[in-house]
Write a protein that binds this ligand. Structure first.
Ligand SMILES: C[S@@+](CC[C@H](N)C(=O)[O-])C[C@H]1O[C@@H](n2cnc3c(N)ncnc32)[C@H](O)[C@@H]1O
Length: 221
């Protein structure tokens, strides 16, 4: 049984999955389901906050087949590889500031030609200012200034009416505060800087004290 729930995102045999653009290659320890001459990579919500958000009821997935995406905090490539499967006719600019982790991503994502790796600090978008304007920014950096990093990058690279998805980790901001308070504050920062928050998804039980915001960039210049 296969059902497409968003562009290029599937439920295959009751599991969330993306259609692999590089057959025969695993990126992490994901299960592969072969069906009708295609390979579907099972997408683990305990390893990917985007998968968790989808399974927790995300209504709009702004990442589409043709999207240009700026991905901040690419790590070893787990979620970026699924994002690249979805945007198979688009491009994923994958920013990671740790050279060691970037090397892991390069190995893991070998063959995914629509991932452009960028070794850089998401706090300093001027360092990668030669990329094009994008449709979507996806951010998962687990830093105290997560919202500011998103706003900075949106000013540089996000098309008007473009979208952002940001995974906010409460404990990276303040371990002593109630996560609900933190999420409210972060939402205010985003909404006072040109974003409209469209969806807020609590991704428990997959990740504790995390929220995924889906936002639209409505700032008018
Ligand atoms: C939680 S992990 C990301 C996991 C990844 N998004 C996934 O789902 O596969 C956060 C990553 O952000 C990176 N990171 C943190 N601060 C950063 C910054 N300022 N610029 C670029 N990368 C950063 C870390 O090195 C780490 O690899």
């Amino acid at each position: 049984m296969i059902k497409e729930i968003f562009e290029n995102v599937y439920i295959v045999d009751d599991k969330l999955a993306t259609k692999s653009t590089v057959k025969g290659k695993k990126v992490y320890d994901e299960k592969i389901i072969k069906l009708d001459n295609e390979e579907y990579r099972v997408w683990n919500p305990y390893k990917s906050k985007l998968a968790a958000a989808i399974l927790k009821g995300l209504k709009t997935l702004p990442i589409k087949r043709n999207s240009k995406i700026l991905y901040l905090g690419a790590s070893a490539g787990t979620t970026p590889s699924h994002v690249a499967d979805i945007a198979d006719k688009g491009i994923v600019y994958a920013v990671e500031y740790s050279p060691r982790i970037m090397r892991e991503m390069l190995d893991a994502c070998e063959g995914r030609k629509n991932i452009i790796p960028i070794l850089g600090d998401a706090n300093k978008p001027q360092e990668y200012s030669d990329i094009e304007m994008v449709d979507v920014i996806y951010e998962d950096v687990a830093q105290p200034n997560q919202a500011e990093i998103l706003i900075k990058n949106a000013k540089w690279f996000l098309k008007k009416d473009g979208y952002a998805m940001i995974a906010i980790k409460a404990r990276s901001i303040d371990v002593t505060k109630d996560p609900k308070e933190i999420f409210k504050e972060q939402k205010n920062i985003l909404e006072n800087s040109g974003f409209k928050v469209l969806e807020e998804i609590d991704i428990e039980p997959y990740e504790k004290d995390h929220i995924m915001f889906v936002c639209k960039w409505i700032r008018d210049y």
